[in-house]
Design a protein around this ligand. Structure first.
Ligand code: SF4
Length: 69
C-alpha cells in the first residue's frame, strides 16, 4: 500500500491527522498535510481508506504497490 497526498489540494482541515496520526501529519509552517509514512503496514489500511474518504478535497490517494523488483 502506498499513500500519496496532494498538497496543492489540501486545505489543512486535519481530518487525516486525527484519523491516522501514524501516517499523516500537518506541516508546522503552513498547516498542510505531510506524510509520516508513505508505505504504512497493512493493518492501517482500513483507517487510511477512511481518512481518504473523509478528506474534504480528495487529496489522499491509496494505491497498491506494484512490485518493481
Ligand atoms: S484531510 Fe485532506 S484537506 Fe484535511 S489535512 Fe488531510 S489531506 Fe489535507
Amino acid at each position: 500500500m502506498r499513500i500519496t497526498v496532494d498538497r496543492e489540494l489540501c486545505c489543512g482541515s486535519g481530518n487525516c491527522v486525527v484519523t491516522v496520526p501514524e501516517v499523516f501529519d500537518q506541516d508546522d509552517a503552513d498547516g498542510l498535510v505531510t506524510l509520516r509514512n508513505a508505505q504504512p503496514p497493512e493493518h492501517l489500511r482500513a483507517s487510511v481508506e477512511t481518512a481518504a474518504q473523509l478528506c474534504p478535497v480528495g487529496a489522499i490517494g491509496v494505491t497498491d504497490q506494484v512490485a518493481s523488483h
